[in-house]
Structures are given as structure tokens and as C-alpha cells.
Write a protein that binds this ligand. Sequence first.
Ligand SMILES: Nc1ncnc2c1ncn2[C@@H]1O[C@H](COP(=O)(O)OP(=O)(O)OP(=O)(O)O)[C@@H](O)[C@H]1O
Ligand SMILES: [Mg+2]
Length: 114
Amino acid sequence: MKLIIAVIKPSRLDAVLDAVTGAGASGLTVTEVRGYGRQRGKTEVYRGAEYEVKLLPKVKLEIAVPSDIVEAVIEAITLSANTNKIGDGKIFVLDLERTLRIRTGEENDAAIAG
Ligand SMILES: Nc1ncnc2c1ncn2[C@@H]1O[C@H](COP(=O)(O)OP(=O)(O)OP(=O)(O)O)[C@@H](O)[C@H]1O
Ligand SMILES: [Mg+2]
């Protein structure tokens, strides 16, 4: 299992949700965050206005996935989040040691299967 963390542009959220669901992700967590990459937020435009501050609004997705759909979910995010402009975001992939579905006690792949 992997935990895929993606930081994307807020304007791409709906498209990314559709894409990762299509790729087989059974659940996810979304958080509104702020951040910057290598431009330190300086030259990015958000909703038409260049931001004075360095921290730009982003959306963070956390998606726990069984190993067999990791690549499909990564590809789905990459394609759907891409506007071909700076600030499109990053994907981090972490090994996931254990998952439990609280209601049933199911673990690991059974706990994150759709
Ligand atoms: N090294 C990092 N560690 C943690 N979060 C990061 C890192 N780099 C980027 N992020 C997060 O991802 C968001 C988007 O980053 P961004 O796409 O600007 O990366 P970049 O490396 O500057 O690429 P680009 O040149 O395409 O802008 C940032 O606002 C920040 O929230
Ligand atoms: Mg950047």
C-alpha cells in the first residue's frame, strides 16, 4: 500500500477528484493548505491577481491505495492537475504500513478496497 499525497491548484480539484475516482481510489481526504515551491510563490498568479504573500492557496489530497493501482492514480493526478503552468503542484508517494477500517476491523487491502 502507498499513501499518495498530492498538492494541487484549487481550480483543478473537481477534475482531479473525477480522475482519481476513475482510477480506482476508494476514498480520499482533502485539506485546504498554503504553500510554495521553488519560485517561493513570487511569480504565480492566483485568480487573476499576483500574490504579494509567498504562501499560495493549494489543496492537499491524501489517498491511501493498494499497490496495484498506485501508478494509475499517480497518472490520473498528473494528467488532471496539469495546466502546464508553474505551481501545478507535487505528488509525494509514501510507503503505507497498515490500514484499518474501523467499523469492520478489516485491514490493509481489504480496508481500502472499493
Ligand atoms: N519540497 C516540497 N515539500 C513540500 N511541499 C512542497 C514542496 N514543493 C512544493 N510543495 C507544495 O506544492 C505546491 C506546489 O508546488 P509547485 O508546483 O510550485 O512546485 P515547483 O517545484 O515550484 O514546480 P513549478 O516550477 O512547476 O512551479 C507548493 O505550494 C507547496 O504547497
Ligand atoms: Mg512553483
